[in-house]
Design a protein around this ligand. Sequence first.
Ligand SMILES: [Cu+2]
Length: 298
Amino acid sequence: MTLSHSHSVRSFLGPVRAVIATVIAAASLAPGALAQDATRWGPKESASSFGWRFDDLFMLIVILTGVSFLIMMVMLLVPVFRDKARAGHKASFDHGRSLHDKRFTAIVSVIVFIVLDAWVLVVAMRDLDEGFWNVPGPGEAPNAVRVQVLAQQWAWNFRQPGVDNKFGTPDDILTLNELVVPASAEAEGNEDWFAGRPVVLNLSSKDVIHSLFLPEMRVKRDANPGAINRMWFTPIRPGDYAILCAELCGFAHYQMHGKLRVLSPADFDAWEAEASAMALAAYDENDAGAQWAWDWQE
Ligand SMILES: [Cu+2]
């Protein structure tokens, strides 16, 4: 009895260990983001003012489903061990059609629905309302850093208005697969949603549907041809972060990534002035590919 038990545990742990070892080996061999983070579970640390909301929501879901799982396991395992085969004990077959069984099922279902689903829904809707959907409207964030994003197979074009703060002028800063924005440390934990310099994006696409995904900022939004979608976030810490496409958009979709460079406010102002001056100096009105600005959508 003891022998066969320990044997079955060992034969179960063998494949589990093999899977874990394979995952760790794959993560440490993978290029880029995964390798640096192989020791950390879950996504990289949030670096935006409302990113914590998504982390808290995920944790709430893990706790609620984890506790439900444990309760279910206890309810399953207690009868298994309490009523296991023994001399003189006869099994009886039950369809679970009695009123007692039906009432029990109904009560458990209602509790699960109210406690788990409603709780997660209320928190998720509050977070969306105060964070992701709360894109600053006209005049709400005069300090906002405005960016036009034009996706294409398979690259990200970014346009910033430059020092004249107008889109579609010769001093516009155009970057490819790299977006430079300032950090606003004061936005962290601030009750004013738009404290510091929120980054507000207008997204569109040249060809198919893409999706701009900034995992450390905890935001993601589709870029659709023929439409302008809006998105916002406020970075709170300088650093280099990932830009990804989260919509399967063709055969080189996997190459459609870039770098989000978050600079200190002073470094950003210096970068912006220099990049805008260089854009003005290099402006070529015959470069048709660079003339894609639109009227800013607030
Ligand atoms: Cu794409």
